[in-house]
Design a protein around this ligand. Sequence first.
Ligand SMILES: Cc1ncc(COP(=O)(O)O)c(C=O)c1O
Length: 343
Amino acid sequence: MQTLLDMSLSSFARADLLQGPTPIQRAERLEQLLGLKAQGIGLFLKRDDHMLIGGGGNKLRKLEFHLGAALAAGVDTVITIGGLQSNHARLTAAVCARLGIVCELILTRSVPKAEVDYELNGNVLLDQLFGADIRVLAGGSDSLTEAEKRAAHLREAGRTVLVIPTGGSTPLGSLGYARCAAEIAQQETQLGLTFNQVVVPNGSAGTHAGLAAGFQLLGRGTSMVKSYSVLSDRDTSADRTVRLTQDALTLLGSSAVVEASEIVIDGSQLGEGYGLPTPAMLDAVRLMARAEGLLIDPVYSGKAFAGLLGDIRQGRFQRGDNLLFVMTGGTPGLYAYRETFQV
Ligand SMILES: Cc1ncc(COP(=O)(O)O)c(C=O)c1O
């Protein structure tokens, strides 16, 4: 049955980069090890790391909408920005390669890390393989202004250019995760269960905001989604997420007003800052690998999963609850953090 959300989404151009839903798997070994099975609590994994282009990850959902609009506008060049180890930059480079569009990346040294693997391995290696043009700026640089300047220069030379801001987290990009909410709701019907809580990392907020907007339009409320902030402190993340959820809902033609108290964000996992490892993240990445044979990344999913483990251990869930942890990809980051994991 077509929902209001499906109908609203269908009016936007979308490049089909996913080619179907990503799987949901039950994490049975984790359920055993964490004592969830005995308590009658289900733990499921939404495999958004399992996609068909560029190594996969959450950014592909946002890029479906950005590139849909870009193709309709005849764009020949995409410029995007991010940290040196940006997954969004890597996936933009991969998608542009697939679509025959020139890709320029303006990357910033936003994390105080200078190991050779951080500089050259992981996403940086893949950006190069996908044929992107890469420029690296010092930490603290205004890369968006640089991208706009570069775009103006290319436009003067006759090129048609799209600039995609950090993480693809505009209202349009967030629609990718509103669409994911619809996908999860369909999978609930197929699985014969209902999720109480969908858990994600929060960086530039588009993943949280899109899911929250989608669940709001499905009549489930924005508080279905809980995120752990990994880029900024809790309040900064919350402001950004409330605004983006509101803008995504407006873009979808809804007049719903987002209540800040219904946007659920936990700031406990940031540690010393964006991209800086925490002991809880290291434990979480190792637990996922050793219990389920699955990879999560050190910057985003690793910190979010650490937060979820903390909530589970503090007994925050009850019998009958079903939790859905979204695996957002970013595993090339593991190679950039080799020294962190090998000490
Ligand atoms: C692997 C991964 N997970 C999660 C996120 C966070 O998503 P968002 O920026 O939409 O909050 C990002 C990007 O920032 C990411 O690369």
